[in-house]
Design a protein around this ligand. Structure first.
Ligand SMILES: Nc1ncnc2c1ncn2[C@@H]1O[C@H](COP(=O)(O)OP(=O)(O)O)[C@@H](O)[C@H]1O
Ligand SMILES: [Mg+2]
Length: 439
């Protein structure tokens, strides 16, 4: 399927046109490739850059030995087993395992509060796999019968198949014995059930969540970038936690693909706010300190979610991935990780949405294809210049974080370009946190 040609390229940089392959029909992708003058080839040819669907990547890496046949000059947009992070059930499983491992090592970030909740790592709502964890869920439900829960198919997207419940009888058919088996029988998909965040932060009375793009170029050591032009996605109708509206998904699901179907959908702003505007709003209503802390906390949970899977992801050096994080902020200004998408939507709902997504792809390419030259994965992890980062900031560089750099060196590197570690506004605090917490 893939080219077996192991011969190195002979090319003159000025004349060589990169060969790309793409199996997603999205304007923001094709216009980026065309703008660069790249040549479109098909999968059987000797491509340099492949923007593939998750399905293609699965078949590509599953076909025997293929992955050993990728050449140094080829890069692709997914890690082979990205689903360890991007499937709802596996993400939760990995985060739970990660917390357990850290606790076993006696890591101070696994400290718990007086109620037994993690002080620093409590960032996913309580979640159970269905039907495997039905009994555990039932016990939890009984402890607090007034709670609302949300049932979600583990591997679906765009709000499909999601519903809320507040009575255990509503999910009786998920009891383990009715499934006669440990995992979901063939033809029936697994679900996760999560505690519903019923106190979301509201703006104009409406619920919203954040879509944040994170580019990962390596898992071991972890290297990831935060895209500044994320956005908040609003529901079209006012939020209510009333039981009468439990079935009205326009109240509860922030997915644009879902909200678009509402009569109240506004196609001019598309129900979106840029994160920059959201920040300004929060700074003016809640104050700068609280807003900064909120975004530091979001960065913290993103890095830990990536650390949680870094030992299980196949760290293939040909791969990079741009994830779409879904984060909900509650009315205590606490962020919650809802899910991580492997293929965040590249459809554009408004013209500014299109511009933002075009830039996103452009900035990704500038990082993973340095200087527009033929990629060479042997030096793939070089630090891009500040210019090449575009709207990305370095979120976490494990290699750098584990080095003991004097403050002056941090500053120097920052000025030189590109080194903007998380919590960049207070490097000292970041370093202090890091020295006790980051492995
Ligand atoms: N635990 C939760 N509490 C509150 N809202 C949630 C919760 N889980 C999901 N949602 C809402 O439902 C939407 C869809 O859920 P998500 O897990 O992202 O599934 P999908 O893959 O269908 O997008 C989220 O964007 C959010 O608005
Ligand atoms: Mg989602």
């Amino acid at each position: 399927m893939l080219s077996g040609n192991l011969q190195p390229y002979t090319y003159t940089p000025s004349t060589y046109r990169l060969k790309y392959c793409c199996d997603l029909d999205k304007d923001v992708l094709s216009s980026n490739f065309e703008k660069r003058g790249w040549t479109n080839v098909n999968q059987d040819e000797d491509w340099n850059f492949y923007w593939a669907s998750v399905f293609t990547v699965k078949t590509l890496f599953n076909s025997l030995e293929c992955h050993y046949r990728l050449n140094d000059y080829q890069v692709i947009n997914h890690f082979p087993n990205h689903y360890e992070l991007t499937r709802k059930d596996l993400m939760v499983k990995n985060i739970k395992r990660y917390r357990k491992e850290l606790a076993k090592e006696g890591n101070p970030i696994t400290e718990r509060d007086e109620n037994g909740a993690f002080k620093y790592l409590d960032f996913i709502p309580a979640t159970y796999m269905m039907p495997v964890d039905y009994n555990l869920f039932a016990e939890d439900f009984k402890r607090d019968p007034n709670t609302t829960w949300i049932m979600k198919p583990s591997a679906k997207a765009q709000g499909k198949g999601i519903f809320l419940i507040n009575k255990i009888s509503q999910i009786k058919k998920w009891t383990k014995d009715k499934w006669s088996g440990i995992s979901a029988p063939l033809g029936r998909e697994g679900y996760v059930i999560s505690k519903y965040i019923d106190n979301p932060l509201l703006i104009g009375g409406k619920k919203f969540d954040l879509r944040i793009y994170i580019l990962v170029t390596s898992y071991r050591p972890l290297k990831c970038y935060w895209y500044r032009l994320g956005f908040a996605r609003f529901c079209t109708v006012k939020y209510t936690s009333s039981a009468n509206d439990i079935d009205n998904m326009f109240v509860h699901l922030t997915n644009v693909s879902y909200q678009k179907q509402s009569d109240d959908y506004n196609s001019i702003h598309g129900g979106k706010w840029t994160i920059e505007n959201l920040k300004l709003y929060l700074e003016s209503t809640r104050g700068k300190e609280i807003t900064d802390k909120l975004f530091d906390d979001i960065a913290w949970i993103i890095v830990h979610s990536l650390k949680a899977v870094s030992s299980v992801i196949v760290n293939d050096k040909h791969c990079f991935e741009c994830y779409g994080y879904d984060i909900i902020i509650d009315d205590n200004m606490k962020p919650w990780l809802i899910e991580v998408n492997a293929s965040p939507s590249l459809s554009s709902t408004t013209s500014s949405d299109r511009i933002m997504k075009f830039k996103l792809i452009s900035d990704i390419i500038n990082i993973v294809i340095p200087n527009g030259e033929i990629p060479d994965v042997r030096n793939y992890n070089k630090q891009p210049s500040r210019e090449a980062l575009g709207n990305f900031d370095l979120l976490y560089d494990e290699e750098l974080a584990t080095q003991e750099l004097p403050d002056d060196e941090f500053k120097r590197q920052k000025i030189k370009g590109g080194i903007v570690p998380i919590i960049s506004k207070n490097i000292k605090d970041f370093k202090a946190k890091q020295s006790v917490t980051w492995r």
